[in-house]
Design a protein around this ligand. Sequence first.
Ligand code: FMN
Length: 192
Amino acid sequence: MTVPLTPSDRIAAVDSVIRGRRTCLQVDPDRRVERDVVAELCDLATWAPNHRRTEPWRFAAFDGDGRERLGDCLADALAARGAPPERVTKTRRKYLRAPVVVVVATSLGVDEVDTAERRDAVAAGVQNLLLAATARGLASFWSSVPVPDASELLDLCGFESGARAIAAIYLGHPTGECPPPPRRRAAVGWIS
Ligand SMILES: Cc1cc2nc3c(=O)[nH]c(=O)nc-3n(C[C@H](O)[C@H](O)[C@H](O)COP(=O)(O)O)c2cc1C
């Protein structure tokens, strides 16, 4: 029998997941994260607010050798665009640091405002994904994607042209903790 959470339990649970989420790459790269779990996290991302319900999120999950293909794709795209060799070399191997990397992209809107609002929705979805991962005891790391609109990347991910990758999310089982960076309390301007 499931015992429903009291309102104060719900508040404590949500607040602790929000404050406990960290950008952290201390993970075991050789310990799998089940594909079902990754699929569930992506599904939870889609519960983010989304103006006009455009469903702008696109997901591509890389595990095993797929991570190497992602690194090669982005390294080659960077090299083709004249990036420094050190950056190219680093990019080629970086996605092997976690067992799973999820690339999340946003679709192109019909105008500038729509494109911006789609991206807002996808960013909210990414936060859902990160919080859901945290609640499941997984470490996560939101990383920017080099050449986020490169056709090579969109093709590899199976995304349509015009999409733009806004996150490469590393996921894994934690091997250590990352300390929370300092944060200022939110300054709220009240107008009444
Ligand atoms: C859009 C976006 C892109 C980010 N890209 C990177 C990145 O490329 N490398 C990185 O180290 N952290 C990246 N981060 C994570 C931030 O550095 C991190 O959220 C910040 O340091 C606060 O730490 P916390 O998430 O543990 O609270 C990114 C975060 C966002 C929202």
